[in-house]
Design a protein around this ligand. Structure first.
Ligand SMILES: [Zn+2]
Length: 333
C-alpha cells in the first residue's frame, strides 16, 4: 500500500508508492571520464573560460594559468549578470533588470565527470571555495539570496560534463526559500528548536532512515523523500550557513559527503543527480539558532509527469527506509 507523507522541512506532500517501482525509462551507457582535450574546465585550458573571479591556487602560480585546485569564473551563458543596473520597478508588471551573480565553480582541475571520482581533498577544497564565494558575495548588499547547486548527468540538466557547481545570487529571495526561512523562524519561536534539529533528533532516535554520520554531521534519507535514494546531510548543532562552516566542520563533512556518494554509486551504479546546498536570505542577521546548513542529494532516476507538475506532489516508488537500509549496508565501498 502506498503512503502519503508530509515533508515538514519543505511543507509539501510526497506519495511513497513502491507499486510503481520500475526500471528507469532509458538506460544510457555511462562511464567515468578523465580526459577531454577540448574541455574548457580542464587545467591547461584556462584561456577558454571568462577570467577567474577566484581560485584556490598553488603558491607561485598566476591567475588564469595552471596550478589551481578550484577555479571560479562567470557563467558564459549567464541567467543574470552582476554588471546589469540594480533597478526595480513595481506595479502589475513588476520587474528587476537582470541583475545578479551567476558563477561557475570548476570543482577539480582533473576532468572528473562525476563527484563520485573526487578525493577527500577535492571535497575539502570545494567546500572552502563555496564558503569563500558566499562570504564574498554577502558583502554585496544588492544580493538578497544565493542558490548553490550541482547538476550531474543529462537527467539532472547538466550540459557540461566536467564536474562543476553553479552559484546564482539574486536581488530577491525566491518564494520557496522565503517560505522555508519564515517557517524555520516561526518553528523556532514556538518550540525553541530549529526544524532541522527536531527532525534530526527524531531521525537519530528512530534510526531506520540514518545512513552514516561524521563529527557533528548526519546523513539520512528523509521521511518524505521526494526522490528515490534522496539523502540530506545536516547537523543537530547550530551551523547556519555555508560561509560560517569552520575548517573542522569541513574536515568532518567532506568524508561523509564522499561516503554517501560512494554508497549511492554502489546501489545505483552510474546515476544522475541534483545537489543543492541550503541557503537562507543573506541579510537576516544571525540566524544560526533557527536555521541549519544542509546538503540535499536528489538522484534523478525517474522523470516527472503531469501530476507532479500540476500539484507539486511527487510520487516516489522507493521507501526511504529501504533506501537507507541498502545504503547503510553498502559498507564495502
Ligand atoms: Zn574537463
Amino acid at each position: 500500500m502506498s503512503d502519503i507523507r508530509y515533508d515538514r522541512l519543505h511543507d509539501t506532500h510526497v506519495i511513497i508508492a513502491p507499486e510503481r517501482l520500475h526500471r528507469p525509462d532509458s538506460m544510457v551507457e555511462k562511464k567515468d571520464e578523465t580526459i577531454d582535450k577540448n574541455c574548457p574546465f580542464c587545467e591547461g585550458n584556462e584561456s577558454m573560460t571568462p577570467p577567474e573571479i577566484f581560485a584556490l591556487r598553488d603558491e607561485n602560480s598566476f591567475a588564469n594559468e595552471e596550478g589551481w585546485q578550484t577555479r571560479v569564473v562567470a557563467n558564459l551563458y549567464k541567467a543574470v549578470q552582476i554588471e546589469a543596473p540594480h533597478t526595480h520597478s513595481s506595479g502589475v508588471f513588476e520587474h528587476w533588470d537582470g541583475f545578479g551573480a551567476h558563477e561557475v565553480i570548476i570543482d577539480t582541475p582533473e576532468h572528473f565527470t562525476s563527484m563520485t571520482q573526487w578525493s577527500e581533498i577535492n571535497a575539502i577544497n570545494w567546500l572552502k571555495t563555496l564558503r569563500q564565494r558566499v562570504a564574498d558575495l554577502r558583502n554585496d548588499h544588492r544580493i538578497a539570496h544565493i542558490t548553490l547547486f550541482k547538476n550531474e548527468g543529462l537527467q539532472a540538466g547538466a550540459t557540461q560534463k566536467h564536474s562543476h557547481t553553479q552559484l546564482i545570487g539574486l536581488p530577491l529571495v525566491p518564494k520557496k526559500d522565503r517560505e522555508y526561512f519564515y517557517r524555520s523562524y516561526e518553528y523556532h519561536q514556538e518550540t525553541g528548536n530549529s526544524i532541522m534539529e527536531s527532525i534530526l533528533l527524531s531521525e537519530i532516535e528512530d534510526g531506520s532512515r540514518i545512513v552514516a554520520n561524521s563529527g557533528d554531521f548526519t546523513a539520512y534519507c528523509p521521511y518524505a523523500s521526494a526522490y528515490p535514494f534522496e539523502v540530506i546531510i545536516s547537523s543537530v548543532k547550530a551551523l547556519g550557513q555555508v560561509d560560517t562552516l569552520s575548517d573542522k566542520s569541513i574536515a568532518d563533512l567532506a568524508p561523509l559527503l564522499l561516503l554517501v556518494l560512494q554508497k549511492l554509486k554502489h546501489q545505483l551504479d552510474y546515476f544522475d543527480f541534483n545537489l543543492s546546498i541550503s541557503s537562507s536570505p543573506l541579510h537576516e542577521g544571525n540566524i544560526d539558532y533557527s536555521y541549519r546548513f544542509s546538503i540535499r542529494i536528489m538522484p534523478r532516476i525517474y522523470r516527472y509527469g503531469g501530476f507532479e507538475v500540476s500539484t507539486g506532489v511527487i510520487i516516489n516508488p522507493v521507501t526511504p527506509e529501504l533506501a537507507a537500509k541498502l545504503l547503510r549496508e553498502s559498507s564495502d565501498v
